[in-house]
Design a protein around this ligand. Structure first.
Ligand code: XMP
Length: 468
């Protein structure tokens, strides 16, 4: 058979821009709610990449609090991964501050603590962490130093985990500055004014708990079953899903689970068509091969399906099958450097984006902070890099038996502070992007967005030296 020598055009984020259009809305009116998989809604269309320098429980908690969803990596034992999921599911739907005083503490010191914290009340706990009530700053102003706060403690409302909304309400109405939340009657933390007034819409499941996803290998039925029904989405985590062995393993695997299953990574229309025709249950498509910031696959193997191209391929497969874009959501994975790339991915047909790069430098990412000279960094590595492969559980992602070559780098990213800052910027950027494109929601963007090819980089990259 003759070789097909036709060239396909595989566009990447820097090859295109979105063309501005008449806007019916202001950016703050734009609705960016979306889906991370068929049955899982998110308020911010962003998933964290399941990578071992990024996605563990701490990051997944804060990301879900902010409206997105974390995908716990699988470079750990099944039991460990389940524990990470459990921690997210058992976490309050608001960040709690660890501010309480022990009943034996002397009142003048507590007064100083409260002054520093700027709160009018603080929960008081005993040695067993039982909440005894609250101490009022006003009462402490005249106390004689040395008196234990137990003597000045008054009863007050205490909220068991699950009642955080009530606690938030209490604080918002100015009745308390720090409302105690308990787990099985033991002090867990306090809802503060700062958190109560934060304008978040957390991603919550049907039972009101934070959403979380987990990465699995399609060959690892034991892992999938251990997480099934417990996690919101099971995300396939193999470099090349369009492989007969992977597809046949996934076909078997989905028969034993009821949780949403996202297939990936895929890069082509044919890959999506084969996946959907052979596997009974596919609730999302993770699209993009070798487009990630730490990927070396295209250099090592000459292969790539750039993320924007891969999303467009998935969209054309779904359209060919007459499947609506939001019934099998497309996740754009790899190479997202900021909200601008995300807007392009969404416009091409994605329902959400997945990123490791944008989150790797945050406080919550699962890697230590490193100082080099006067600058702060966090390590970030590909899951097919030497370091990740050396950890046992990475073996079946880029199978060590089949592949001995590294397909990812180990590096550092600049420290970016709390994830909250990154997500707020991301949300603002997304809303601005949809506003410029004249779309009030993601489905509207799918219908109306127009791409233009560009021949060179545009905007602020022309030699102006940045001074801020
Ligand atoms: P970003 O651009 O956010 O991309 O850093 C994250 C995505 O990259 C993929 N990934 C890899 N790809 N070699 C690869 O070729 C690797 O070692 C590797 N590790 C992660 C993965 O899809 C991730 O979500």
């Amino acid at each position: 058979m003759a070789q097909d020598t036709r060239l396909v055009e595989a566009l990447s984020f820097d090859d295109v821009v979105l063309v501005p259009a008449l806007s019916p809305v202001e950016p703050w009116q734009v609705d960016i709610t979306s889906k991370a998989s068929r049955n899982v809604a998110v308020n911010v269309p962003l998933l964290s990449a399941p990578m071992d320098t990024v996605s563990e429980w701490r990051l997944a908690v804060v990301l879900a609090l902010l409206g997105g969803i974390g995908v716990i990596h699988r470079n750990m034992s099944v039991e460990e991964q389940r524990r990470h999921v459990e921690k997210v599911k058992n976490h309050p739907i608001v960040e709690l501050a660890d501010i309480a005083v022990y009943e034996g503490e002397e009142c003048c010191r507590v007064r100083e603590t409260m002054r520093t914290l700027g709160v009018r009340q603080l929960p008081v706990v005993d040695a067993a962490e039982t909440v005894k009530g609250y101490v009022e700053f006003a009462e402490l102003e005249t106390c004689s130093c040395g008196t234990p706060v137990a003597k000045l403690t008054k009863p007050g409302p205490v909220f068991e985990l699950g009642e955080e909304r009530k606690a938030i309400d209490f604080v918002k109405r100015g009745k308390l500055d720090a409302a105690a939340v308990t787990l099985k009657s033991r002090f867990l933390g306090a809802v503060t004014v700062h958190e109560a007034l934060a304008v978040y819409s957390p991603a919550l499941d049907e039972e009101g708990r934070l959403r979380v996803a987990a990465a699995i290998s399609p060959f690892d039925i034991r892992r999938a079953q251990a997480l099934d029904g417990f996690v919101d989405i099971l995300v396939s985590d193999v470099a090349h899903f369009h492989n007969v062995n992977v597809i046949s393993a996934a076909k078997k695997l989905v028969k034993s689970i009821s949780t949403d299953f996202v297939a990936g990574n895929l890069g082509t229309r044919e890959g999506v068509l084969d996946t959907l025709s052979k596997i009974e249950k596919v609730d999302g498509l993770r699209m993009g091969i070798a487009g990630g910031s730490i990927c070396t696959t295209s250099g090592v193997a000459g292969i790539a399906a750039p993320t924007l191209f891969a999303v467009m391929q998935a969209r054309s497969a779904l359209e060919e099958l007459g499947v609506k874009l939001d019934s099998i959501p497309i996740i754009a994975d790899g190479g997202i450097r900021g909200p601008g790339d995300a807007v392009k991915a969404l416009a091409a047909g994605a329902s959400a984006v997945m990123t490791g790069y944008m989150l790797a430098g945050t406080d919550e990412a699962a890697a230590p902070l490193i100082r080099i000279g006067s600058k702060l960094y966090k390590p970030y590595r590909g899951m097919a890099s030497r370091g990740a492969l050396e950890r046992r559980y990475a073996a079946d992602r880029y199978s060590r038996v089949a592949k001995r070559v590294e397909e990812g780098i180990e590096g550092l990213v600049e420290y970016r502070g709390p994830i909250r800052r990154v997500i707020l910027e991301f949300v603002e950027g997304l809303k601005a992007g949809l506003g410029y494109a004249g779309a009030s929601s993601i489905p509207e963007l799918w219908r109306t967005a127009r791409f233009a090819r560009i021949t060179s980089r545009i905007g602020a990259y022309t030699g102006v030296v940045k001074t801020n």
